[in-house]
Design a protein around this ligand. Structure first.
Ligand code: ZN
Length: 64
């Protein structure tokens, strides 16, 4: 199980996938929703919405 590179929180699959989307696909450092929000100066709600959008678009990183 991967942990957030910043706060050490255990990560959900969606958080790993959205990190790959927002940072880059080959990244080996993953972040939780809260740390991603801080990093990109958006709200946690925005991160959740992005996850939903990518899922709705059928992005292959988000295997359900
Ligand atoms: Zn974190």
């Amino acid at each position: 199980m991967s942990a957030c590179a910043q706060c050490g929180k255990e990560l959900e699959h969606d958080e790993i996938a959205i990190t790959q989307k927002l940072v880059n696909r080959g990244t080996e450092r993953f972040y939780c929703t809260r740390c991603l929000a801080e990093k990109f100066k958006i709200s946690e709600e925005d991160v959740r919405r992005l996850i939903e959008n990518f899922k709705a678009a059928g992005c292959s990183l988000f295997s359900c």
